[in-house]
Design a binder for this molecule. Sequence first.
Ligand SMILES: *Cc1c(COP(=O)(O)O)cnc(C)c1O
Length: 379
Amino acid sequence: MKNIQMVDLKSQYEKIKVAVDKGIQEVIDSTAFIKGGKVVEFQQELENYLNVKHVIPVGNGTDALQIALMALDLQPGDELIAPAFTFIATAEVVALLGLTPVLVDVDYHTHNISIDALKKAITPKTKAIVPVHLFGLNVDMEDLLAVAKEYNLYVIEDACQSIGAVYTFSDGRQVQSGCMGDVGCTSFFPSKNLGCYGDGGAIFTNNDDLAKKMRSIANHGMETRYHHDRIGVNSRLDSIQAAVLQVKLNFLNEYIAARQAVAAYYDTAFSNTDKLITPGRTASSTHVFHQYTLKLQNVDREKLQAYLKEKGIPSMVYYPIPLHVQKAYRSSKYKIGDFPVAEALSATVLSLPMHTELSSEQLEYITRHVLAFVENKKA
Ligand SMILES: *Cc1c(COP(=O)(O)O)cnc(C)c1O
């Protein structure tokens, strides 16, 4: 049996090596390393895949979020609502821009922002909501968009973990993750569901004006060469990364299916124990399983992790500390106890190996050992 990894990029690469190597070599031969034809090609291919008007390739997912927020022309003190349980980047860019992140609690079942909590957090200063489709499951966007409409708020989706997750509205419309709000942001960090071989990211929008503005912001605020109309940043996807992504986009649906098959295996294996709560699903969204995250019930997480490690099974805690408890974000505004669900999740979640290359032998081995520990039986 191959060594078990959280993410096995090497085995995945071996299967697409010929095409990836060819694409990278073409970039080197052309020396069009920046803004090469492959970046434009990939942009168009991703627009087609997502059925969205504009894809703007950028340097990484964090930049994507920052550029999206910069395009909204917000003022210092404007409030943006984000979930308390997520990766730090979401709230980080809000704070970096001198805006005020307002954190709200999440739903225990889906790990995603709670729409009820969100409604209660709206004030006259609220300008935008930044929902995160955590672990690959879309937020209940129909409800969220209704709240945004009622209060006239921008919606900037953090789709860094959810590319390819499809949301079905009650009128039957099916929309890709990141393409439902005003702007969507994604990351091509190597371990993401569509990952490149370095840093990369993209912004999605159907809004022509915002697209133009965000393209300009990503390029030093330039509209025409050396005419800088606004303060921007330098953030671009390079051609070698675009070449890798062009190949991998062709396999994205297969990769999602492989992840879903792993999740189904785990679900079945863990269905008969009350020590493990398997990840929640919703009727309105597919789940693309960036992570497969269990909630432990009366199980010592550290001891379980140590046991698994001894057996050669990696596991990770995403995320061990909710944002309002992070040192950098602690303020007089928040205290421990404010977001009980986020806190409970941080204390009990455990993510198991999840990638496109897990074999049934590996899955059998992982689930057998997890169950042996939590049920206190011999493996
Ligand atoms: C990965 C990630 C980001 C940041 O993406 P980078 O490309 O690493 O900058 C932001 N938000 C979420 C939820 C992520 O998972």
